[in-house]
Design a protein around this ligand. Structure first.
Ligand code: SF4
Length: 317
């Protein structure tokens, strides 16, 4: 039962569904992004590195098959299972002509070792044709769409140059879930100008929607970004590990137990990570979060904000 960790982790969910841990293979489908190619902007989101948030993805010069093989080779020492998630991580994973999208997605899911197709994208890059394709592929193997919302607050969205309003996100979630496609939402904790209450408001908003997963991301300051320039000018501060953990746990408490937590912090690419430095110690940070959940005697759903107070989920070891 996931209760031993006090939250509904992706590992738990995959072991329940597939009897094994499923590793994500980070792929680069050769896409760009409307926030970079001049359609909306050329600068990208304020925190986005030159790699288009795909700094861990394989080399885009390789075919998808070659990328999958390379990513599996990198994992081979620690991986124990035989099934994987093909994760189109770099840039905007649905931003290309539909026939091209079909070719790269099908190249991935036609392999017996790929159990799930996961695509990171923007909610404003889901045309009817793309939705039709995703629905078709979802009938073959599960398709997850990961939407980089980051925040519900318009002022912050403007600051980070997200480039679409909240209503577009709402429509995308409705369109995807109506077609039976699972939606995972990315939320960044620690965005400049946001209080803990602002971050909690974002979580309260999205859990009212039919999403199936959430990825929490600590705000990273990466070299070469406009966020880095603002950081150098001391225009904002990054969160300490203690503060991040406190806010994260308060977010976890609000989540209904059904929502799968895909990530608790996220990795910053070491060569370009400027701050927070503590996030480089991933194992230590995860241990600290797990220990804090226990020390605070709390768990996912303790204050599930989708149900009334007296129905809140109870936890027993
Ligand atoms: S939408 Fe994604 S890939 Fe595009 S600029 Fe923003 S973070 Fe980078």
């Amino acid at each position: 039962m996931w209760l031993d960790k006090r939250y509904h982790s992706l590992d738990y969910e995959m072991k329940s569904q597939y009897g094994q841990k499923l590793y994500k293979l980070a792929l680069d489908g050769g896409f760009t992004c409307p926030n970079r190619d001049g359609t909306l902007d050329t600068r990208g989101c304020i925190f986005c590195s030159a790699g288009g948030s795909g700094d861990f993805a394989a080399d885009r010069k390789l075919t998808i098959t070659e990328q999958i093989e390379q990513a599996k080779t990198k994992l081979s020492e620690k991986q124990t299972g035989s099934l994987f998630i093909a994760y189109f991580q770099a840039y905007t994973g649905t931003y290309a002509p539909v026939e091209y999208l079909r070719s790269v997605y099908e190249e991935a899911i036609s392999r017996p070792d790929i159990a799930i197709l996961s695509i990171a994208t923007r909610p404003d890059c889901l045309s009817r044709e793309v939705l039709d394709l995703l629905e078709e592929l979802n009938a073959v193997k599960p398709v997850w769409i990961e939407l980089g919302l980051q925040t519900i607050h318009p002022q912050t969205a403007e600051y980070i140059r997200r480039g679409y309003p909240l209503s577009v996100f709402d429509q995308a979630v409705a369109a995807l879930t109506a077609r039976g496609i699972e939606v995972i939402v990315h939320v960044i904790l620690g965005l400049p100008g946001e209080s803990a209450d602002d971050m909690l408001a974002t979580v309260r908003y999205i859990v009212q929607m039919p999403i199936s997963g959430i990825k929490f991301q600590l705000l990273h300051v990466l070299k070469g970004t406009d966020l880095y320039r603002n950081y150098q000018k001391h225009l904002f501060q990054v969160l300490s590990m203690e503060k991040y953990t406190d806010i994260l746990i308060r977010c976890i408490e609000l989540l209904p137990p059904r929502i799968v937590i895909h990530r608790l912090t996220g990795d910053g690419p070491r060569p370009i990570l400027v701050a927070p430095e503590w996030s480089l110690h991933k194992k230590y940070v995860l241990n600290y979060i797990h220990h804090s959940l226990k020390a605070r005697d709390t768990w996912q759903g303790k204050f599930d904000c989708t149900i009334s107070q007296n129905e809140n989920f109870s936890f027993e070891l």
